[in-house]
Design a protein around this ligand. Structure first.
Ligand code: 6PG
Length: 467
């Protein structure tokens, strides 16, 4: 009997995807560059239909044609090496799927190279971490539609399901799937940083204990903020350090790492004139966090205001923080979805924004209740220029901007840094400013560089001799 799918790369994500496939009654051939991971997976799979191969040609030969091969290999040159290893054994019509966090432009290059050989190539964004990979991730496949159709029965089976609808939908041609995953991660960075800033205000300004803040996050997770990231934040805050008995959060060094997808999101936005200030601030917040030694030194030199702990009405301010967080989140998602729209228009990808919001409802890291509302907004107006102007969100931010303004002002008076909350408010205020100070900047450009300007009252291009 031939295997129905092959998985290459048996780290945690690859092993879990293979186990997920086997649990859905697929016959799964597995191969890893080193033998140890293959053996570990076989041991773990306890009689499930996981079939190990130790030579690439045996692995390929064991697959039903057209062969479907899923790569869960570290992004970058390892993907090219595996493709190089596979191609001599493949035939036209076979399909390679890359389920890692590859840069979408690399995916497009590989797609072109393999297309010329008649081999189908899908760049598949997968989100959900190791548990998602095992139990059902959110899946964002990009490539040729007819190639996707061949892989769809397996992909939709292994995806998370919401009310029997799989969190997997065809995203668009070429690198569109990996692009959508990349921006998902940018949104993820912003969402995480916004939560961290809300936490700082509760802890430092309202002087709540870690446990009290965990209670607040749990309560928030029952309302409109309901999301995976809010849920895990409550769980993180509950966790005690086994060594000291203190909240574990207080023992974790305040340096954030990153693997590149958030950075790529910002670079792509900058290169294409897409406002992405909240996502980019969240990236810079990570970079600043890494300068730990410098920050500690600066603390001994640089003054801030005295933190004023005059008694604030706790319940009222917790509600302001909730509103600030929700509004920050709306602005961050508005930026991410604008990046989808503008890039889709640029490449003619026709990204299904309504469906992208739907497949983010479960399985992925940014899964959240309000993705339903985002999806409804695009269903009502597929060409929506910005989520902020959709009726639900316009009404919500009108109400919640008060909370966001209050929290930012109070925090700034106290010397708390709010990179993403303040970027959210600045984005909101800039976006709703119909007539802005850009006239002055354009005039300055014309003054020193004769860069010309347009006028409000007549068509054409003008230059003034300013001196
Ligand atoms: C996901 C995650 C996943 C991974 C990120 C973390 O959607 O499952 O986003 O892809 O956890 O790569 O990114 P950083 O290491 O850059 O924070």
């Amino acid at each position: 009997m031939f295997n129905t799918i092959g998985v290459i790369g048996l780290g945690v994500m690859g092993s879990n995807i293979a186990l997920n496939m086997a649990s859905k009654r697929e016959q799964v051939a597995v191969y890893n560059y080193t033998r140890d991971l293959t053996d570990q997976l076989v041991q773990k799979s306890e009689g499930q239909s996981i079939h190990p191969y130790y030579e690439i040609q045996d692995f390929v030969r064991s697959l039903q044609t057209p062969r479907k091969i899923f790569l869960m290999v570290t992004a970058g040159s390892p993907i090219d090496s595996v493709i190089g290893l596979l191609v001599p054994h493949l035939e036209a019509g076979d399909i390679i799927m890359d389920g890692g966090n590859s840069h979408y432009e690399d995916t497009e290059r590989r797609y072109d190279e393999l297309k010329s050989k008649g081999i189908g190539y899908l760049g598949i964004g997968i989100s959900g971490g190791e548990v998602g990979a095992l139990k059902g991730p959110s899946i964002m496949p990009g490539g040729d539609k007819d190639v996707y159709e061949k892989a769809a029965p397996i992909l939709t089976k292994i995806a998370a399901q919401v009310e029997s609808t799989p969190c997997c939908v065809y995203i668009g041609p070429r690198g569109a799937g990996h692009f959508v995953k990349m921006v998902h991660n940018g949104i993820e960075y912003a969402d995480m940083q916004l939560i961290a800033e809300a936490y700082t205000f509760l802890r430092e300004k309202l002087r709540l204990s870690v446990n009290e803040i965990a209670d607040i996050f749990e309560t928030w997770n029952q309302g409109e903020l309901k999301s995976y990231l809010i849920q895990i934040t409550a769980e993180i805050l509950r966790k005690k350090d086994e060594v000291t008995g203190l909240p574990l959060i207080d023992m974790i060094l305040d340096k954030v790492g990153q693997k590149g997808t958030g950075k790529w999101t910002s670079i792509q936005a900058i290169n294409n004139g897409i406002p992405s200030s909240i996502i980019t601030e969240s990236l810079f917040a990570r970079y600043l966090s890494s300068l730990k030694e410098e920050r500690v030194y600066a603390e001994s030199i640089l003054a801030g205001p005295e933190m004023d702990h005059q008694s604030l009405d706790k319940d009222l301010w917790i509600e302001y923080v909730r509103q600030a967080l929700y509004m920050g989140k709306i602005c961050a998602y508005a930026q991410g979805f604008t990046q989808y729209k503008m890039t889709s228009d640029l490449h003619g990808w026709n990204l299904p924004l309504k469906d992208i919001a739907l497949i983010f409802r479960d399985g992925c890291i940014i899964r959240a209740e309000f993705l339903n509302i985002i999806s409804e907004a695009y269903q009502a107006e597929p060409n929506l220029s910005n989520l902020l102007v959709a009726p639900y969100f316009a009404k919500k931010v009108k109400e919640y901007q008060i909370g966001l303004r209050k929290v930012i002002c109070e925090g700034i008076h106290s010397g708390i840094s709010f990179p993403c909350l303040s970027a959210s408010l600045t984005y909101y205020d800039s976006y709703r400013t119909g007539t802005s100070n850009a006239s002055l900047v354009q005039a300055q450009r014309d003054y020193f560089g004769a860069h010309t300007y347009e006028r409000k009252d007549m068509a054409g291009v003008f230059h003034t001799n300013w001196q």
